[in-house]
Design a protein around this ligand. Structure first.
Ligand code: PLP
Length: 370
């Protein structure tokens, strides 16, 4: 009997095994050092990651959500303030706003899944304290017009780069456009740790200082507390492992790009819309997201053929139960809601075989929209 084919949505073990010795050495170095929090590995990683993005400072924190939450806090955003954010994002972006008791003001996305730069200005009010852009799926937002708006209005720009390590817009890295660039190193992200981790990058020494205090109980000097901070630190073992992974990031992104190109060239089912890449952008394919009006049928078809897929994201934040108090309903953001109903992410991970890629292409092409 013919062996049944199976393609998993994601696999993280290949990335580890490919450079196992390097990771083992780094972890052992951290373990044997006898220093586990806020030590030389974190300091070195912060320097290396800041240099990679092209910023002067990097502050490691415990997660991407903390990077976003503490960034808004460092800007002094709180009760009664408004933060502009795209409606089609992962809920963590919005949680960072509401955690600071500020109000999210949602804006619809453009055809590249980034905030629609043309709609930002109509969302600005005297209460607007920040514009938050999300480089969703690894594709940069339209940073030129967005930067112009931020400069002209004086409203600070914060970037959610949780999905866009290494993505560029006109050769400039995401994270280097705004006053603060927020990263997640959750294991599935393109630059993933082996547990929770995150960081904020900035050129501004005052905000870097504030964030260093905020992540450590609000203290820069032991037992002297300038503000009420939190415990959100990036530990030495994760920092040591991240240094190794950062050294291989370009190799990781090249492999993702190669798989994405095979999908773009091979998928030709007229009912399946392929992702469009902004001409100014380097897309890093954190997700390869197609659209299909009969998405659920496509997902079921692929599942029957042994191919796992995911939906990023089936419920937009404004319709989630957690935010029912914001008072939105179905139809509030039709473009975002249409995306939630039609997007589907195909498997894409380092170590995928050409057989698997071909099988996904072939199976998507054989889908009949009935
Ligand atoms: C993953 C993610 C986050 C949150 O990062 P964590 O490290 O999981 O807290 C925030 N925003 C976006 C867009 C993400 O994809």
């Amino acid at each position: 009997m013919k062996k049944e084919k199976k393609v998993l949505f994601n696999r993280l073990d290949f990335l580890y095994l490919k450079h196992e010795d390097e990771y083992k050495q780094a972890a052992l170095r951290a373990l044997r050092s006898g220093w586990y929090i806020m030590g030389p590995e974190l300091e070195a990683f912060e320097k290396e990651f800041a240099r990679y993005v092209g910023c002067l400072h990097c502050v490691g924190v415990n997660s991407g959500l903390d990077a976003l939450t503490l960034s808004l806090r460092a800007l002094g955003i709180g009760e009664g303030d408004e933060v502009i954010v795209q409606a089609n994002t992962y809920i963590a972006t919005v949680l960072a706003i509401t955690e600071n008791r500020a109000k999210p003001i949602f804006v619809e996305p453009d055809e590249f899944h980034g905030i629609d730069a043309n709609l930002i200005e109509t969302a600005i009010t005297p209460k607007t304290k920040a514009i938050m852009v999300v480089h969703l799926y690894g594709q940069p937002c339209d940073m030129e017009p967005i930067t112009v708006i931020s400069k002209r209005t004086g409203i600070p720009l914060i970037e959610d780069c949780a999905q866009s390590h290494g993505s560029t817009y006109k050769d400039k890295m995401t994270g280097a456009f705004g006053i603060l660039g927020c990263f997640s190193f959750y294991p599935t992200k393109n630059l993933g740790a082996f547990g929770d981790a995150g960081a904020v990058v900035t050129d501004n020494p005052v905000f870097a200082d504030k964030l260093r205090a905020l992540r450590n109980y609000g203290s820069k000097i032991k037992y002297q507390n300038e503000t009420t901070g939190v415990n959100s630190r990036l530990d030495e073992i994760q920092a040591a492992l991240l240094r190794i992974r950062l050294g291989h990031l370009e190799e990781i992104l090249a492999e993702r790009e190669a798989i994405a190109q095979l999908y773009l060239a091979g998928i030709n089912n007229p009912t399946v819309r392929l992702p469009k890449v902004r001409p100014e952008a380097r897309h890093t394919w954190h997700q390869f997201v197609v659209q299909c009006n009969n998405r659920d049928a496509l997902q079921t078809w692929l599942k029957e053929k042994g191919i796992q897929t995911q939906i990023h994201y089936p419920i937009p934040p404004h319709l989630s139960k957690a935010y029912s108090d914001l008072g939105y309903s179905r139809g509030s953001f039709p473009i975002t809601e249409h995306l939630a109903n039609t997007v589907l992410s195909l498997p894409l991970y380092c170590g995928m075989t050409s057989d698997e890629i071909e099988y996904v292409v072939d199976t998507v092409n054989r889908f009949l929209d009935r």
